[in-house]
Ligand binder design. Sequence first.
Ligand SMILES: [Ca+2]
Ligand SMILES: [Ca+2]
Ligand SMILES: [Ca+2]
Length: 330
Amino acid sequence: MRTALTALRTFFRSRRLARPALALVGGVSLVGIAKNTCQAEMKPAAVEMKNVFPSEVMEKQNLHNLMKYSDKKGNISLEFFTMAMNELGVHNSEVVQSFFRTLDTDGNGSVSFEEFVAGIAAIGSDTAEPLSRLKFVFDSCDLDGNGVIQKEELRKMIHALLVTRENLWMYERRSEIDRDLEKEFQQRSLAIDLEMNTFDEWHKAVLIRQNDEEEEEYGANLGVTAADTDPLDKARSERMQQIYASFPHLKGKPLNVCLASLAELFSSHILSEADLNKDTVITFDEFAKWADKGTKDAEFLFSLYKDFQIVEPQIERTYITDEYDTLWCL
Ligand SMILES: [Ca+2]
Ligand SMILES: [Ca+2]
Ligand SMILES: [Ca+2]
């Protein structure tokens, strides 16, 4: 078990997310994110947020998504919070509600901008105050809010965090691929005199092929080989290979099975480490002692929270034509 856990930690720690760890509420949609956001209006909370977070964070985060889920004052209801979490791939209502309850510190049924910032500050920054961080992680893992963490609660939470992380990873690959495709299109369109002259048409040709004939035709025109016509599939497959390499016992299993298995493994291990009096539950005191040891397992659990983001990163996209711009913003 020890070897597998070490591999687990190394594996997930080695995967740096390209953007800052601070999280703002929003949603991750794996397709065409930019289209939701182009013409959104900035709400006061988002403006205020600019004063709270460092500019380099703000530059890379998409404020418009906070607006998508909050009212004008920046308050987020459970309903909208659930939508945001669903978009991240978190569908377990116990996990969603626990996160919401943990953020809603005054318990009035909505997460205010201030509460949100405080929650994010507790888990998302390098300089987070240790006790707030500890409390946030403990409270959110205590899904039913009865003051102790059971193994099943821990498993569900870790699973949700792993799923989120994978979705964000895929989202980032998708963004990278879109950027690469666009760059490639620009280069190739300079070299080849093509009738189709918008990135959108080319993108369609490469990714949304109607049939093999079309693929061949476009491929021949563009010098694109079959092997590189679906970069997202390729990225996905590479990702699975990485997981299998780190966890040989999961070889051949689909991603959801792998994540479920890892959540089980990791939660069992944390329970065995932290439950000092062996009564099958972890109290806050036990949790604090466990975290205080600064073990790699604790570090790993906290790192899952730190990377947890409920905002989509901003896509820095240079639109090629007005027509294309309009298409995406509809
Ligand atoms: Ca509140
Ligand atoms: Ca509990
Ligand atoms: Ca105990």
